[in-house]
Design a protein around this ligand. Structure first.
Ligand code: HEC
Ligand code: HEC
Length: 180
């Protein structure tokens, strides 16, 4: 009797526990949601949002000339190959959104409804693994990640480094980019 329990019940229990602990990496909410909401991503996405105290209404009131961003956020600071890639836009996902809305907003901004899955997957991969602004927001991804003018530094970065980011992004993309 006891032997039977060991033989059948124990493996079943282990399988169950593993299944519960092992979350589904193909869902946006599992790993990516928290990372997309690090300050190093959302402070810039909130830049033009008045109800979120976007920087253009606070510290950047006198720095909001779009042609002058790079006089301060220059290549020596950001490390960007093309310094002009440091800019902000309204209409991106913002700090107040839950996982599903964040993901749907990204899809909308990328015109996902008009693209085949393979095209969207390719563009998503390019953006998330190579966009200079995204890399700037991931801790340790480049020597200049997190660096701001006047020797300041953003501290609320995407944690876990580039390897973990890549692994989690690819699990989500290859899992079909589910917005749950
Ligand atoms: C310097 C400002 C800035 C930073 C920092 C930044 N972004 Fe963005 N993000 C933008 C801008 C501007 C666009 C629009 C780009 C375009 O249309 O060419 C964008 C677009 C995106 C998009 C595609 C569409 C959308 O609505 O969101 C994703 C996904 C994204 N960013 C994710 C991130 C993540 C993740 C981080 C942090 C690791 C991050 N961004 C950091 C400015 C920024
Ligand atoms: C006169 C210099 C100057 C100009 C011009 C300037 N910035 Fe900044 N920016 C700074 C400094 C300094 C900081 C660090 C925070 C602070 O002290 O305000 C900063 C911080 C930021 C941050 C915060 C990033 C984070 O994650 O903490 C964003 C986003 C940003 N700037 C975007 C812009 C954009 C977009 C423009 C152009 C429309 C711009 N900045 C123009 C000096 C400047």
């Amino acid at each position: 009797m006891f032997k039977k329990i060991i033989q059948y019940a124990l493996p079943a229990l282990l399988l169950f526990v593993f299944g519960v602990v092992h979350a589904d990496d193909s869902l946006f909410s599992t790993n990516l949601y928290a990372k997309f909401h690090a300050g190093s991503c959302t402070i810039c996405h909130d830049f033009f949002e008045k109800d979120k105290n976007g920087l253009t209404f606070t510290t950047h009131k006198k720095r909001r000339d779009t042609n002058r961003c790079i006089t301060c956020h220059k290549t020596g600071v950001t490390g960007f190959e093309h310094s002009a890639d440091w800019f902000a836009l309204p209409g991106l996902y913002t700090s107040d959104m839950d996982a599903k809305t964040t993901c749907e907003k990204i899809m909308e901004a990328m015109n996902a409804a008009f693209k085949s899955k393979p095209l969207l997957a390719k563009e998503m991969e390019d953006h998330l693994l190579a966009d200079p602004r995204v890399l700037w927001g991931i801790e340790g991804a480049t020597p200049n990640s997190g660096n701001l003018p006047r020797k300041k530094k953003e501290t609320d970065m995407v944690k876990g480094g580039m390897d973990e980011w890549k692994e989690q992004v690819m699990a989500w993309i290859e899992g079909g980019m589910k917005c749950e």
